[in-house]
Design a protein around this ligand. Structure first.
Ligand code: BG6
Length: 511
């Protein structure tokens, strides 16, 4: 009988519409004085609280090398929330959150500090009823993970006693190549089983990225054309108008390919190209992503099928901006790329012969991330050449940000007495169809960690596969030991980027 009840589809459907609220727990953030914490994590925690998605039994603990008391840290959280939260500030929500805010000053190598951390968490468990459930957010360089994990182990902070859970959250970069990614995974697995490791790729928390799955698998009309019979090439662009700002320390030596192609762009590619999972549970979703990443590779001739560039001084938004080598903290001889483009081929029946072009760059004319499927020309055009001069390629463009939505481009007759065909577009815009505004990626991801809901978090296997695709490119570029091709800030990148597509008979879309 209980089984029958359990599988009642109507009841399940209703349950799925109820808001998912986290259970009692403590979120400990290491590296809480960093940019990420101020701009994204603390505001996301507040936004979740404001949306009623955090339980009354919630604690937020900051750990850092600052001489702060709880009130000082609370003030920092307050300022970060006021400055960066998505939802309006409400005094009663803040007061509730404030009761669970604590700060532990100290160094990662300091035993006494971890002893204090332990006491703080135990106290929170008692007074806030957080139930011994702890998530540790390592917003610190990966080189320090080993120290923190060792401390957590030694201070008894990772044991899942009495049905409680312990989870760890890490941010990219997940290594700088395949070998270091494996090493990093080895370090994590000394302390946490893989089910307890939550790797954040914040692109997977974006609504528009999840909508890729809805578009593909909730509709009938796209699937028949989603293959090499109809698609000629796929272009995945992540263009940013910003330079590296104050992030020289992180970015230099990393570059565009490691920074975002290895993770965000290859994840977008996997979601675009994978087969339909049998369900959206983590296991099935990961399986399909792994299959398609495992079938993906870069072509052999990497000089012809990759491009890299570095921005020089230029004009952007009517303002003169510095070149990469003039940015603060960058060595004048740096060969780090700020533009990276690669071609990826997928060896399976669906995609054989369809190049996937991935490009990511800083200091482009505008900020835009999109996935565009370009379709083949109709096999026969019963028009004169001049009729179709203005006919572009049919395309389906998933606009990830900032102007979230989907565009379909196709040819239509220009009104008049002659048969002239011009490219037009049909648009779906999130803002026009839904009244709800999209939550920030970090709201969704932090909530999912606290709920222990894993589908949006890549596992180590996916990370490895992504490095397997990228490593040959990085090795090739390193072997050149040369300056990337310069491009002016505010332009669409170096000539080699355009040449790379021209060789295959394609042109980058102007998003
Ligand atoms: C991060 C990269 O992962 O994504 C940054 O490290 C980049 O270099 C950022 O600026 C962009 O994120 P978003 O969400 O603004 O596209």
């Amino acid at each position: 009988m209980s089984e029958v009840l359990h599988s009642n589809p109507l009841r399940d459907a209703q349950d799925r519409r109820l808001p998912r609220i986290a259970g009692p727990c403590v979120l400990v953030i290491f590296g809480v004085t960093g940019d990420l914490s101020r701009k994204k994590l603390m505001p996301a925690v507040y936004d979740l609280a404001n949306r009623g998605l955090l339980p009354p039994g919630f604690g937020l603990v900051g750990f850092a090398r600052r001489d702060w008391a709880d009130q000082d840290f609370a003030q920092q959280v307050h300022d970060a929330v006021k400055e960066n939260a998505r939802t309006p500030f409400r005094e009663e929500v803040w007061r509730q959150l404030l009761q669970g805010i604590r700060f532990v000053p100290g160094d990662l190598g300091d035993d006494a500090a971890f002893q204090r951390l332990r006491q703080t968490i135990v106290e929170l468990d008692e007074v806030r009823g957080t139930g011994g459930n702890h998530a540790y957010y390592l917003s610190i360089p990966p080189g320090l993970f080993d120290d923190v994990l060792g401390q957590l182990r030694r201070h008894g902070l990772v044991d899942e006693i009495g049905g409680s859970w312990k989870r760890v959250i890490i941010e990219k970069p997940f290594g700088h190549n395949l070998a270091s990614a494996r090493e990093l995974n080895g370090i994590l697995s000394t302390t946490f089983p893989s089910r307890s490791v939550f790797r954040i790729d914040h692109y997977l928390g974006k609504e528009t990225v999840q909508n890729l799955l809805a578009l593909r698998f909730a509709n009938q009309m796209f699937e028949p054309i989603w293959n090499n019979h109809y698609v000629s090439n796929v272009q995945i662009t992540m263009a940013e108008d910003i330079g590296i700002g104050g992030r020289a320390g992180y970015y230099d030596g990393i570059g565009a390919a490691r920074d975002v192609i290895q993770n965000h762009l290859l994840q977008l590619m996997a979601l675009t190209a994978m087969e339909e999972p049998t369900s959206f549970d983590a296991g099935q979703l990961r399986l399909e992503k792994q299959k398609v990443l495992g079938a993906a590779r870069t072509p052999k001739d990497l000089s012809a099928h990759t491009a890299r560039g570095q921005y020089t001084a230029g004009w952007q938004g009517g303002r003169k901006v510095a070149g990469y080598l003039e940015e603060e903290g960058i060595a004048p001889t740096s060969i780090t790329e700020t533009y990276a483009a690669i071609r990826v081929d997928i060896d399976n029946r669906r995609w054989a012969g369809v190049p996937f072009y991935l490009r990511a760059a800083k200091r482009m004319p505008r900020r835009v991330t999109e996935v565009a499927l370009e379709f083949k020309r109709a096999p026969h055009l019963p028009f004169t050449d001049t009729d179709t001069e203005e006919l572009g390629k049919n395309a389906l463009v998933m606009r990830i940000q900032p102007d979230e939505g989907i565009t379909m481009r196709f040819g239509a007759k220009v009104p008049g007495t002659s048969m002239e065909i011009r490219e037009v577009s049909m648009d779906f815009a999130y803002g026009g169809s839904f009244t709800e505004s999209s939550p920030e990626a970090y709201e969704r991801l932090i909530l999912d960690v606290l709920l222990g809901d894993p589908p949006l978090f890549p596992q180590h296997e996916e990370v490895e596969l992504a490095w397997q695709i990228l490593d040959p490119v990085l090795d090739h570029w390193a072997s050149l030991d040369a300056q990337p091709e310069p491009y002016a800030a505010g332009s669409w990148g170096p000539q080699s980027g355009s040449d790379m597509l021209a060789r295959d008979g394609f042109v980058w879309r102007r998003p």
